[in-house]
Write a protein that binds this ligand. Sequence first.
Ligand code: ADP
Ligand code: MG
Length: 398
Amino acid sequence: MNKKTIRDIDVQGKRVLVRCDFNVPQDKKDLHITDDRRIREALPTLRYLLAQGAALVLMSHLGRPKGKDEKLSLKPIAARLQELLGRPVIMADDVIGDAVAAQANALKPGDVLLLENVRFYPAEEKNDPAFARELVRLGDMYVNDAFGSAHRAHASTRGVADYLPAVGGFLMQKELDFLDGALNNPRHPFVAIIGGAKIGDKIGVIENLLPKVDRILIGGSMANTFALANGYAIGDSLAEADKLDLARAMMQKGSRAGDGASKLVFPVDWLIADKFAADAQAQVVDVQSVPAGWRILDIGPETLKLFETELSVAKTVVWNGPMGVFEFPKFANGTLGIARYLATLKDCITVIGGGDSASAVEIAGVADKMSHVSTGGGASLEFMEGRVLPGVEALHDK
Ligand code: ADP
Ligand code: MG
C-alpha cells in the first residue's frame, strides 16, 4: 500500500480516532452477533495502537438506521470487542456532542471508547463537514481500518481525513496489499472466477480484469445471460435480456488473447431445477438444452471438472460471486466444489472478494486455507472494477 500506516506515526499519549467496520450480521430477535470476523480482523490494529500508548476512540456504522434506533446500537459490539480485546470498552451514549467530547477528553493511554452508530446521524452519509468537525473534536489523529466501508465517501470514512493526520490500519493495509497484488502484480497463470447474480453488477469487474488475467471462469446466473446471448434455450432461468449486447461485446473482447483462445470460460453443463426452491427436483443437462419450465440453479459436474482443470495450473486466483444458488444445499455443489478445490492448490495466491463468496468458503470450512478472504463485499467489488476508493485516497501518501 502506498499510503501511510499506523507504523508511520507516533501515537504515544495521543487520542486516536479509529474508523472500524463493525457492521456485523446479528440475529434479528436477540441481536447476538452471528459472525464476528470483522471485529476479530480489527484487533491487530487496536492492540498495536494500545501497545504504543494511545487512547482509542472507535467509530463504526451498523446496518441502515433511519435516525437513532436502539436495535442498531453498537452496545452488543462493545460487549464482544471487550471480550476479544481482554480489556474494558467504554460505550458512549451518543456519537457527537459535549458529553461524548468530555468522555473522549478524559481518556488515558490504554483506554478504549466506542461511539454509537455513526449512521444515527444522516449527516454521516452526506459527508457533512460540520458533522465531520464534531468527530474531529474527539481525537488527535485519524486511522481508517474500515476497508469494508472504504468505497463510501462519508464523514467518518472520508470527511475527517480533511482535518486530522490520516493513515491506514493493518486490516486496510492487508486488504489493499492482497487485492492490489493479485490484480496488478499477479503471478501467472492468473485465473479469475466470476459468478453471482447479475451481469450488471459484475460487468465492470470483467472489463477491468480481462486485460490482466489469463482466464475468467464464468458461473452463477451471470452465465445464463451469456448462454442466452449465444442463442441457447435457458427455460425459466434468471437472465438479463437487456444485457445481451453487453454479453456479446464481452465475448468479443475475451477472444482476443494472443493464442486466439478465449479468455472467457463458460459452463458446459448445468444442474437445473423444476422450481426455485430448496426441495426442487434436480437434473444435470447439457449447456444448450434446458427444457421449458426448468431453471439453472448451479453449474454441472462437467463444468466443475473443467473449471478445476483451469485452476490446477493457476498461481493467482481471484474469486467473486458464487457458481449457483448455494443457499439451497442441493444446488451448492458447484460453489462449494470450487471452494474445496481452491483449498487444495499449493503455491497459489487465492483471494476471495464478495460477501456471498466469503460465506461460501466459510460454509465449505476452508476459509483459513485461502490466502485472503476480504471483509468488504462492495469495497472489493469496486476495487476489482479499478475504481479509486475514497476512504483510501484520503489517507496520507507514503
Ligand atoms: P458476492 O456477494 O460474492 O459478490 P453476488 O451477491 O453477486 O455474490 O451473488 C450472490 C447471489 O447470486 C446468491 O444469493 C446466489 O443465490 C445467486 N445466484 C448464483 N447463481 C444463481 C442462479 N443460477 N440463479 C439465481 N441466483 C443465483
Ligand atoms: Mg452479495
